[in-house]
Design a binder for this molecule. Sequence first.
Ligand SMILES: NC(=O)c1ccc[n+]([C@@H]2O[C@H](COP(=O)([O-])OP(=O)(O)OC[C@H]3O[C@@H](n4cnc5c(N)ncnc54)[C@H](O)[C@@H]3O)[C@@H](O)[C@H]2O)c1
Length: 371
Amino acid sequence: MVRVGLIGVGNIASMFIQSLQYYRSTGEPKGLIHRKIGNYEVKDIEVVYAVDVSRFKVGKELEEAIFAKPNMVPKLVELPRSGVVVRMGRVLDGVADHMSEDFAVADAREPSLEELAREISDKSVDVLVNLLPVGSREATRFYAEVAMRAGAAFVNCIPEFIASNRTYSERFKNAKTLVLGDDIKGQLGSTIVHRALASLAVMRGGEVVESYQLNVGGNSDFKNMLDSRRLDSKKISKTMAVATTQPDPESVAERIFAGPSGYVPFLGNTKVSYIYMKISGFMGLPIFIDLKLTVDDKAMASAILVDVVRLAKVLKEAGIYGNPGWASAFYFKHPPEPVKSDEEALASLYKNLEELGISVEPKRLPEWMLG
Ligand SMILES: NC(=O)c1ccc[n+]([C@@H]2O[C@H](COP(=O)([O-])OP(=O)(O)OC[C@H]3O[C@@H](n4cnc5c(N)ncnc54)[C@H](O)[C@@H]3O)[C@@H](O)[C@H]2O)c1
């Protein structure tokens, strides 16, 4: 089994937990990127530990907590009881002032780092997943320390730079633990679509001149991001994800805007992205692309998460420590080593896993690309 601990029982946690039961009960791999990674299928993933700070969630069983406000992923499947009770965490900077009613901090004692690390180690958590609100700089670093201390792999889904930070990656390596990140991509979300179009432009001899990606949504993630002071790393992460597909990423980055652009409550978990691109083409003549993308934001993230926790587990079993860049590039917006295209990232992932004797099914690239 892949034993997972969750930091933050929000909307992604709800979709992720429900997706595990969905794939367990249907036995149908439709919609998954990889049916099997090493010996693990989605049915082999188990959430065994969960931390939050909200009084609506702390002390509740996981299957109840995932439907507590402000979560809004509907009930999609019947969930059996796991016996996991959401545990109080450390608040630090996880709750922005304007989110104090939504994330209503529980009146409970905050645990020490050692306490959390001991519990996580006692529960044999393989992978600790960071799902804190954007802007949780101190809290992310705190839980990263917890993971290191507990010997659990740390999967950083949010735009705080841990896996892509050299000091942290060295520390994870020295602690003989693994870190994957940063900032999870969506299955077919705005970043991957924007990146694919930008690398297509380069493949056809063009170059992006300027571009924006405006995103609106109506969940607590979008509400939290109304505080622009929490957004610095989010903008860097999303902008560089597109810029790194281009011949001169640093200079084009100045003319790319990609980030959260508005909170529209009635949209709920539906995320709408408007992508505009001006491309310099043949003889320098301009090509314009305008695209609207509508997705379920939490399904996008969960589709990646079911792969990433299995990947972390097989790497852990293979004795891989630190931040192997090739393991993060396909799945995260701000990996330790950015790559020009997602095909390249996926080919590198397959090649490295093969060298470790780890199989993946099905392979999502044509045979000739696999060498
Ligand atoms: N497509 C996507 O959904 C996507 C993609 C990339 C990154 N992300 C990021 O993933 C993160 C999680 O997304 P979400 O939609 O589940 O968020 P959410 O707002 O639904 O949930 C956040 C949870 O964290 C809890 N929390 C706040 N401070 C805490 C602390 N100090 N310790 C423990 N728990 C704390 C809150 O109570 C809440 O339950 C966000 O940062 C989001 O931006 C999401």
